[in-house]
Design a protein around this ligand. Structure first.
Ligand code: FAD
Length: 287
């Protein structure tokens, strides 16, 4: 089923996972999925490495298994910067053959050691390509604190409007730790005439180094309240994990109370954390 055809009175709740590394067997993901299926998400999205760091054929396989083995809708991520049009067409063929109907169309991060292929410059080029191919629901990424390479927030919103006009039916946001950035971003989208649903990307912190690396990569700012948690509990894994879960629950509660379209949880393949968050917010999301 195409996600944009989901008829819901309540917010969407979705999860994101990544495929096992090239050195691990695909089988390692199934224990994670067994547990994540208890969370009853509206869909699970599966990342796809732009620079060849993972075995990308597993993205298609895992997205297919999420549908057929677990009965949960799936979304395959597809970054285009290192693809030729012929590569992209082959992947679309493969996705179609595996019954996958939803694609998160991405540019992908630039790898300084790998020159881009230059057949797709921006995600909007891929959005157009997929829509010409036909048969998929296309989702795009967005950045509440502005994409790191954008020359200004206004330019980023202008490009986002263009991407949506090329045929994205929904947006999923980059992670953020201060909901005010998300609310102000939604206002900017509204003013720009971006009218598709926007899911809020939430990443529960469980490890200080991991969060510092992620925020450096994606430009999300760390509020004082959040930094205090990282500093106080950095050497106590259980306390940091519990504080990170509590922080994510607090963020989600506020987002739902403010009527957001959906919550997209970056699970980092950690079902324990996803389950604890789901248990705490399931009634809030359904209300
Ligand atoms: P775009 O929408 O193309 O935007 C990239 C930059 O170009 C922005 O600064 C934008 O303002 C600018 N721009 C866009 N159009 C134009 C134009 N016409 N002229 C000038 N400038 C323009 N990466 C992966 O490799 N694999 C994944 O699985 C993956 N999953 C992700 C999931 C989510 C929810 C998010 C938010 C990101 C994900 N990423 C993933 C990271 C993403 O690939 C990077 O953030 C990348 O740098 C930008 O991708 P995009 O699709 O947003 O690009």
């Amino acid at each position: 089923m195409k996600i944009n055809e989901l008829k819901k009175d309540t917010a969407i709740f979705s999860l994101e996972i990544f495929p096992p590394k090239k050195t691990s067997s695909i089988e390692t993901i199934y224990a994670t999925l067994d547990e994540l299926s208890d969370v009853h998400p509206d869909f699970i999205s599966v990342t796809f490495g732009a620079g060849g760091s993972v075995n990308n054929s597993t993205t298609v396989q895992i997205a297919s298994d999420i549908k057929t083995k677990y009965g949960i809708e799936s979304v395959a991520h597809l970054p285009c910067i290192y693809l030729t049009k012929s590569d992209a067409a082959k992947i679309l063929e493969d996705l179609k053959a595996n019954g996958i109907e939803n694609i998160l169309a991405l540019r992908g991060d630039l790898n300084p050691d790998m020159p881009p292929v230059n057949e797709f410059e921006y995600a909007s080029d891929l959005v157009k390509f997929i829509n010409v191919y036909g048969g998929f629901n296309v989702i795009g990424a967005c950045y509440p604190e502005t994409h790191l390479e954008a020359s200004s927030p206004a330019e980023d919103i202008k490009h986002l409007k263009y991407k949506v006009d090329c045929g994205c039916n929904e947006l999923i946001s980059q992670l953020f730790f201060d909901n005010n950035y998300f609310y102000s971003f939604l206002e900017k989208c509204d003013i720009a005439g971006i009218n598709v649903p926007v899911e809020a990307g939430i990443m529960p912190v469980t490890n200080k180094r991991q969060i510092e690396r992620m925020t450096k990569m994606c430009g999300a700012s760390l509020p004082e309240k959040f930094k205090k948690i990282l500093d106080r509990y950095e050497f106590n894994d259980d306390a940091l994990r519990d504080a990170g879960i509590a922080y994510a629950i607090d963020q989600i509660t506020d987002l739902i109370a403010n009527g957001v379209d959906g919550i997209h949880l970056y699970t980092m393949n950690n079902p324990y954390v996803a389950k604890r968050i789901y248990e705490a917010v399931k009634n809030i999301i359904k209300a």
